[in-house]
Design a protein around this ligand. Structure first.
Ligand SMILES: [Zn+2]
Ligand SMILES: [Zn+2]
Length: 170
């Protein structure tokens, strides 16, 4: 689930506040600036892009560039300035146990290579998108500290690995 970091100046030292999208699909920011996924085919086909929509007259910058045409794509780690207020967009996902979606074909666990049943508890690796059993009997996701394909940490319930501090923002 994408999220946005913004400085919480009500605490000292300043910490990061996290903004989550309404219904998982739209962020509402100051000055009626919106960040949303494109609808229709692009979303259905898994288009990963999110778009920032800025009303005329709002002073909005993404990575230092003015948003001229009222809309532009935003990506992981982009810095967004709205009238001088700072936000950071992140598309990092956390690993979580969820029912394996029915994908219309057999899915094989990336660790043990056995078929993983649709609807059964499984984890989708946030790093590479591969699926792993995680049903109590076969805990293939947490079997090792890292995803066997891409090396993503298999900690469950852990925090986000990327925060703006990593870019030197604080
Ligand atoms: Zn497995
Ligand atoms: Zn992976």
């Amino acid at each position: 689930m994408p999220h946005i970091f913004t400085p919480d100046t009500s605490v000292t030292p300043t910490a990061w506040k996290m903004i989550r999208p309404l219904r998982g699909e739209i962020f509402t920011l100051p000055r009626d600036v919106l960040i949303r996924r494109p609808g229709g085919d692009a979303a259905r086909l898994g288009g990963a892009s999110w778009y920032l929509l800025s009303p005329a007259g709002a002073n909005v910058r993404v990575n230092g560039e003015s948003v001229f045409l009222g809309s532009r794509a935003v990506h992981h780690r982009d810095e967004i300035l709205i009238e001088g207020e700072r936000f950071f967009f992140s598309t990092e996902k956390l690993a979580a146990i969820e029912p394996l979606p029915d994908m219309g074909h057999t899915v094989h666990c990336a660790r043990c290579k056995q078929a993983a049943p649709a609807g059964g508890p499984a984890v989708c690796c946030p790093g590479c998108g591969a699926w792993f059993h995680q049903n109590g009997e076969y805990d293939c996701w947490t079997y090792d500290e890292k995803c066997s394909l891409c090396g993503f940490s298999t900690a469950l319930g852990g925090g986000y690995q990327w925060t703006p501090d990593l870019e030197g923002w604080s």
